[in-house]
Design a protein around this ligand. Structure first.
Ligand code: ZN
Length: 153
């Protein structure tokens, strides 16, 4: 933060507290050059990124929720946490790049499946079975067959 008195760019934060207005943080800063103090306010970017579900309803893009789903699919599988975070990062930037600040859940689900398929077949099948919400066992078996075919070819 540039010092308003001397223009120096380095400072140290001497005090932070929640502001009076919701979602603001007030920081008391001290210039590293001239030593004068000034106050800054930070506002948290509150406009959420949205995911459009199949029925047209929208929900907030939620990193934790997606990561939770991935962790569940990868339970006891040799998949490093960093890989899962990578997937979530990718999804997040994909949604953030949208000019409308939203993406269909089907696209996000598809991206997750593509990546899981390469990472771990078991995790992929687990995720697919939850995500695709197979109507019956037959549908699920068809998907498995596809998977096995892809593996042997
Ligand atoms: Zn200064």
């Amino acid at each position: 933060m540039r010092c308003p008195f001397c223009g120096y760019i380095e400072d140290k934060v001497v005090d932070s507290r929640a502001g009076k207005v919701a979602d603001t943080i007030r920081r008391r800063r001290e210039c590293m050059k001239c030593g004068r103090r000034f106050t800054t306010y930070e506002r948290i970017d509150e406009i959420p990124y949205m995911v459009v579900k199949k029925d047209g309803s929208r929900e907030k893009f939620d990193r934790q929720k997606i990561l939770g789903g991935l962790l569940k699919a990868c339970e006891k599988r040799p998949v490093p946490m960093s890989k899962l975070e990578e997937i979530v990062d990718e999804l997040e930037s994909y949604v953030a790049e949208s000019p409308d600040r939203e993406r269909p859940s089907s696209e996000l689900g598809g991206m997750v499946m593509d990546r899981l398929r390469k990472l771990d077949k078991v995790a992929y099948v687990r995720f697919a079975s939850v995500y695709l919400d197979f109507k019956d066992v037959r549908e699920f078996m068809d998907e498995l067959q596809e998977l096995l075919k892809a593996k042997t070819s």
